[in-house]
Write a protein that binds this ligand. Structure first.
Ligand code: TRP
Length: 353
């Protein structure tokens, strides 16, 4: 069986370091592993519109920004197909057929949908398109016969729902669709990166993000303003690690070699944490260290982004070519689906028999 990756992002803003550790870094590793036959990265503009119907310009503006973020982190258009969701019409048709296989109460029980409805204060005014997005996401995944879906942990319920749709479809219409697996980051600390304020996860609407496109001075200021431990007032005070955003970020981003390079008085993160707990280690010192650690990957991302920004015409071509390839692949799957459902009426004259 072919090994195929598909994943995507809603273009509602620039991508941030939470996206990077939660999924983007993983994608680049997978892309460069040479283990995959096909790789698709989707800019999910149609999904973004499900809760931004009145803000189409915001979605439109961010399509190119997400493409630039992809290229900046090292997604290679020679190895991966980058495409725009709304220009792959087969996805809508697949969604329509899958909707017949899913109940309203099943979607209502999807924990991610539940949490998002609360977070967005939709209450009883949930757009129908938004409510159905787990089904449309199953179409995104199965249209490419994806076997691996690298996403953040919050997308696990989507994958579960997708697998259910695959089982149901295959049991009703015969083996057609491929069951996908989630691909989580290797390090648990990367699962749910909190925002700068230590609250919830990093999210554009909360204004607590470090963006991959932020300049070095902006990143430094954001790190310096980070929430740490409110009981750690004097340097000499003992400090807490749990709930201390700087340490949560160090858990996600620091590697042993960063200590040798930037903070050689400590052998590793455990020693740094021990000193902080004992007291005598100031927040400024750990923040400066975090800043240097983060610049080890943000620096090269910034440089590559600037290179691609100077070649926007090429980015446009990459998106257009990628979308064409993706549409052809999804169309082929749609034909398989129509055949399985026996609604391929004009493929042969069997209807007349
Ligand atoms: N829901 C994903 C997000 O919010 C984006 C997405 C849309 C996606 N379709 C997908 C991710 C298919 C993986 C597979 O980030």
């Amino acid at each position: 069986m072919k090994k195929i990756i598909l994943t995507g992002d809603r273009p509602t803003g620039h991508l941030h370091v939470g996206h990077y550790v939660g999924s983007l870094a993983n994608r680049v590793t997978l892309q460069n592993s040479g283990e995959f036959d096909e790789i698709y990265f989707m800019i999910a503009d149609a999904q973004a519109l499900t809760d931004n119907a009145e803000n189409p310009e915001k979605v439109r503006q961010n399509v190119l920004q997400v493409a630039l973020d992809y290229l900046a982190v090292g997604i290679d258009p020679a190895k991966a197909t980058i495409f725009i969701q709304s220009l792959v019409p087969a996805l809508y048709e697949l969604t329509a057929y899958y909707m017949d296989l899913v109940t309203v109460s099943r979607v209502q029980r999807n924990p991610t949908v539940k949490a998002e409805i609360q977070q967005k204060n939709f209450e009883s005014s949930v757009p129908l398109g938004f409510f159905c997005y787990p089904v449309s996401q199953a179409a995104d995944i199965t249209a490419f016969h994806a076997t691996s879906v690298p996403v953040g942990e919050d997308q696990e319920p989507m994958l579960e729902q997708c697998r259910e749709i695959v089982h149901k479809f295959n049991s009703v219409y015969g083996e057609t669709l491929t069951e996908p697996n989630i691909y989580l980051p290797p390090n648990k600390a990367c699962y749910r990166l909190p925002g700068l304020d230590g609250k919830a996860k990093m999210s554009k609407s909360l204004g607590n993000c470090i963006y991959l496109s932020d300049d070095a001075e902006t990143v430094r200021k954001k790190i310096m303003s980070m929430y740490t431990d409110p009981t750690h007032i004097q340097v000499s005070d003992p400090g807490h690690i749990e709930g201390n955003t700087v340490f949560t970020y160090l858990d996600a981003f620091s590697k042993p070699e960063h200590f040798a390079e930037f903070l050689p008085e400590y052998a590793n993160l455990d020693e740094l944490k021990d000193h902080y707990r004992r007291g005598g280690l100031g927040d400024v010192k750990i923040k400066k260290f975090l800043n240097r650690v983060m610049e080890t990957f943000l620096g090269p991302i910034r440089t590559r982004r600037a290179e691609w920004e100077a070649r926007k015409e090429d980015v446009y071509d990459i998106l257009q070519e990628g979308t064409k390839r993706a549409a052809a692949k999804a169309d082929a799957t749609l034909q398989e689906v129509r055949r399985a459902m026996r609604i391929n009426y004009f493929e042969d004259k069997n209807l007349l028999k």
